[in-house]
Ligand binder design. Structure first.
Ligand code: FES
Ligand SMILES: [Fe+2]
Length: 335
């Protein structure tokens, strides 16, 4: 990743942990190779640098105390929120305090995840379909680390042409191969397009209603916030979202965070539970992993002339172009 992209991503909100995983013990996290620790005291969540400013021990091995995080090596305590060192147990009485601060980062909670940003955010955390305005039953997938670039993973999630080849196991042999022509609509740093397909009747262990013709709205908020909302012929709706956090400085390893949602119609009329839908999505993702980890170059090239495209790739060409523009705009504005 070049310096310009690295800078943009330092100013980007990324998920660092599922909220449900941040309980009584600190959790390891990472953005762009910056090792982080996430912990909770009551309702308040802190994201801090993971390396103790004393001798660099990983504070995710530490313990959450009443007012802060305790290092497992020498027991120094760093205050929640500010990171100020409030206790050095080895200090003799009356000696002057050790003044040091553990760096802390911005924190937000959205869509079942804790989000953080290494610098001043350039763009807000994007909206996830109509979550918050209409009722969805949501579940949050276990994060998965993958050897691929953030854009490579984001593009895979948007790609319909691979369904009949990569997803035969989950979707069955009769998925429609042709991808109908579609238009990508752009609004600022958001891309959206709509596509219909037919899963051939075998989706979710033969659940006919979910395996037939369906309309999918694809939405991508740059740089990597992506969701798909599926509407079935009877009006039932399903949602799947994916957010990819780069976890190395070169951006060639990512942590995939994902959200699954269904509405009441899918639950009541099709007898599909949220857990079943979650498992189904996980199988689909597991089918994708060997593909995204074996694409070269490891990150999707921004030069659109360096690869061949079919009309079904219209979205990825639009994504790469908009991404290039975002990099240029960010660089211009931050000069
Ligand atoms: S290394 Fe953390 S207190 Fe010494
Ligand atoms: Fe896929």
């Amino acid at each position: 990743m070049d310096q310009a992209e690295h800078q943009l991503l330092r100013h980007t909100w990324f998920p660092v942990a599922r909220i449900e995983d941040v309980a009584d013990r600190p959790v390891s996290a990472n953005i762009l190779g910056t090792r982080l620790v996430v912990y909770r005291i009551g309702d308040s969540i802190t994201v801090a640098q993971a390396d103790c400013p004393h001798r660099g021990v990983d504070l995710a091995m530490g313990a959450v105390r009443e007012d802060g995080l305790e290092c497992p090596y020498h027991g120094w305590i760093f205050e929640a929120g500010t990171g100020r060192c409030t206790l050095v147990p080895s200090l003799p009485p009356g000696s002057s305090p050790v003044r040091t601060t553990l760096r802390t980062y911005r924190v937000a909670q959205a869509y079942g995840h804790v989000w953080s940003c290494l610098e001043e955010p350039y763009l807000p955390i994007a909206g996830l379909a109509d979550v918050g305005r209409t009722s969805w039953h949501l579940a949050y997938g276990k994060p998965v680390d993958l050897n691929c670039g953030m854009r490579q993973l984001t593009e895979n999630f948007r790609d319909m042409g691979h369904f009949p080849f990569v997803h035969q196991g989950s979707m069955g042999p009769d998925v429609r191969r042709v991808v109908d022509p579609y238009q990508v609509h752009r609004d600022g740093w958001e891309l959206e397009w709509e596509l219909s397909t037919d899963l051939g009747g075998t989706a979710l262990e033969g659940n006919q209603a979910l395996g037939t013709r369906q309309t999918l709205t694809y939405h991508l908020s740059l740089p990597m916030f992506a969701w798909i909302r599926t509407v079935f012929p009877d009006g039932g709706r399903r949602l799947v979202a994916q957010f990819a956090t780069p976890i190395t400085a070169d951006g060639l390893r990512v942590r995939q965070f994902w959200v699954v949602g269904i509405d009441d119609i899918v639950i009541e009329q099709h007898g599909v539970s949220l857990e079943e839908m979650w498992k189904y999505e996980r199988v689909i993702f597991e089918e994708d992993y060997p593909i995204v980890e074996n694409q070269y170059p490891k990150e999707a090239p921004l030069d659109v002339r360096s690869q061949a495209h079919a009309p079904s790739d219209r979205y990825s060409v639009a994504y790469r172009r908009a991404y290039t523009e975002l990099l240029e705009t960010f660089a211009k504005e931050s000069r």
